[in-house]
Write a protein of this length. Structure first.
Length: 204
């Protein structure tokens, strides 16, 4: 495609790097921004830079945060005795959208996948074990929910976590398999995902 401007071409090239956005959509977005007030484009640019440079991760659960602790871990209305283990922040957002879960989370930051060279040491597993083993009066954990995608890698990770936490005597459960086998949590509809949390079963 012959672009009318090198600057437009550069903008289209960068925008099209985003997942799910092709060249035509990128061009449409670039032309839209070109027509808007300069201040709006500047605000968008600053918001993206701030997101990239200032976003951090919760020291407790590893969810995306603005400070040392995320707004879920610091919410006094959340049930501190339950931890829902997920792969990444997208799963937290998917579960939160159901309004069916009021406990805390623990983001692994990935999933065990030998083919991709990802092992237990690459994930936030040690900090999960430490949270479960902590026996403070206010923060004692009574249950761990394994909300991992029902794939081979997800089952492998769940089995490993079950072995690591077995000696703690903690109650362990997994979301009901209303989520299709081989599917990802972020693509499950809210009703199905919500029911799978409510109808969780003991993990054995």
């Amino acid at each position: 495609m012959n672009y009318p401007s090198r600057l437009i071409e550069e903008a289209v090239s960068e925008i099209s790097r985003l997942p799910g956005i092709g060249k035509k959509t990128a061009l449409r977005l670039a032309l839209h921004l070109l027509k808007r007030e300069e201040e709006q484009t500047r605000s968008l640019s600053e918001a993206l830079v701030n997101m990239r440079t200032k976003t951090t991760y919760c020291v407790k659960c590893h969810n995306i945060a603005d400070d040392r602790h995320c707004n879920i871990c610091t919410n006094p209305r959340r049930d501190q005795s339950i931890i829902c283990v997920v792969v990444d922040t997208r799963d937290v957002l998917a579960i939160e959208s159901t309004n069916q879960y009021k406990g805390l989370y623990h983001v692994l930051g990935g999933i065990i996948s030998p083919l991709e060279g990802i092992g237990p040491a690459d994930l936030n597993i040690d900090s999960l074990v430490a949270r479960v083993e902590y026996k403070g009066e206010e923060d004692a954990v009574n249950e761990v929910i394994l909300a991992l995608s029902p794939t081979m890698e997800g089952d492998t990770t769940a089995f490993y976590l079950q072995k690591k936490l077995r000696t703690t005597g903690i109650k362990m459960s997994t979301i009901a398999r209303g989520v299709p086998i081989g599917g990802d949590l972020e693509y499950a509809d809210e009703i199905t995902l919500g029911r799978s949390i409510v109808s969780r079963v003991a993990y054995d």
